[in-house]
Design a protein around this ligand. Structure first.
Ligand code: NPQ
Ligand code: MG
Length: 379
């Protein structure tokens, strides 16, 4: 890629909170979500404006990050540091200026995405062009929570998603809700169903019952098993991955490109889930992609129940050539009756890559009018 973009002169940042009810409750190994409390970041420059989404969940269920914490560190630490020295900003400057502050990758990613969007809008260029992506649409997968109504409900949900055109089903699994439901999906939909599972680190590699359940899942011809163990248990992932036919995919473990390289060197996984928020921004997401591509490792784009702002970024990134597997890129209506932007829709099992300037989507005015907006000016 990825020609140089002119910097933007940022004069303020706004944090924009909008609550969106989910069309169906979303249950994972860590609990049930019924709404999305979205945190959007607006970078207002003299010459352009850009949007990013902070993908934190409301509580620290997935990693340590959560939305109130992210909003606090953005307002009191990250944005002041970014606006402090004044002058012109490029997306590359965001991680550099903020590198002294540990962690908070999702918060940093929102800022980097917004600055990149502003730069691209100034240049009247789409993110997809800038990244030199190789596709104009990406195959749509769907992440299916653990349903309240047990196996019959799961089968109905999957039936509906397949009828809508989704090309890949990812089912959440947890202790006690794993082998039987996945066997049921195999019996109902057959060996041809592109089926994979995500454990969200819910299993203990040293517990015999947990390993027995995972060994049984390994018999079901799954396309992959995602993040069975805690994020820092790379060695445990490698040990069990060596015994399983099913490829292990890592999500929570992969915090940046260096960690991806380490995980691959120790054979902790054969597939990598890339989420721009989890790795600190779109630029690091591209570096993870490039590192995996150099090593012949397929990647796919994960999802964090993004609104149209975060989804737009994900769709463009997922159009890079190393994204060989369908990701958690769904249509807006998988999660929301009304998205904050023009919705993403499913066409023939695919989602179109936006071709407008920047990420190709902005929040609608009526959404911004009902949002809670907090303005951060330079000190
Ligand atoms: C994953 N996402 O791949 C995550 C986990 C996840 C689409 O499966 C609120 C916000 C609740 C983000 C629950 C999908 C969430 C969330 C689960 C992300 O591991
Ligand atoms: Mg996951």
């Amino acid at each position: 890629m990825r020609r140089d973009l002119a910097p933007v002169t940022v004069d303020r940042v706004e944090l924009v909170r909008v609550r969106l009810p989910l069309v169906t409750p979303f249950r994972t190994s860590f609990g049930v979500q019924t709404e999305r409390d979205a945190l959007l970041v607006l970078v207002a420059a003299a010459d352009a404006a850009g949007w990013g989404e902070c993908v934190t969940p409301a509580t620290p269920i997935y990693t340590e990050e959560y939305t109130d914490g992210a909003a606090h560190v953005l307002e009191h630490v990250l944005v002041p540091a970014l606006l402090g020295p004044g002058g012109r900003l490029r997306a590359e400057d965001v991680a550099l200026r903020l590198q002294g502050f540990k962690g908070h990758r999702m918060a940093k990613a929102a800022l980097e995405s917004a600055v990149l969007d502003a730069q691209l809008r100034l240049a009247e260029r789409s993110l997809a062009d800038h990244l030199e992506v190789t596709r104009d649409r990406v195959p749509a997968g769907v992440s299916v929570g653990i349903p309240d109504g047990g196996i019959p409900h799961l089968i109905d949900l999957v039936d509906g998603y397949l009828a809508a055109g989704y090309v890949r089903i990812k089912a959440k699994v947890a202790r006690g809700a794993d082998v039987a439901p996945m066997q049921a999906l195999r019996s109902r939909f057959g060996a041809g169903l592109h089926l994979q599972v995500d454990a969200n680190a819910g299993y203990d590699p040293d517990a015999r019952a947990d390993v027995a359940a995972l060994d049984a899942l390994d018999e079901l011809g799954l396309v992959q098993i995602e993040q069975p163990f805690a994020p820092d248990r790379l060695r445990a992932h490698a040990e069990h991955a060596a015994r399983w036919r099913t490829p292990v995919c890592l999500d929570e473990s992969i915090t940046d490109a260096a960690r991806a390289v380490e995980a691959l060197a120790m054979h902790a996984c054969r597939i990598v889930n890339i989420k721009p928020g989890r790795v600190g921004g779109p630029l690091e997401a591209v570096r993870v992609h490039d590192a995996c591509r150099d090593r012949g490792i397929p990647v796919w784009c994960g999802g964090m129940l993004e609104t149209g702002v975060g989804r737009a970024l994900n769709v463009a990134i997922a159009a890079l050539p190393g994204f060989e597997l369908p990701g958690d890129i769904s249509a807006s209506d998988r999660y929301f009756a009304e998205d904050v932007t023009e919705p993403f829709v499913l066409v023939d099992g695919h989602v179109a890559v936006p071709d407008g300037p920047g990420i190709g989507r902005v929040p609608r005015d009526d959404v911004l009018r009902r949002a809670d907006r907090r303005r951060i000016d330079p000190r």
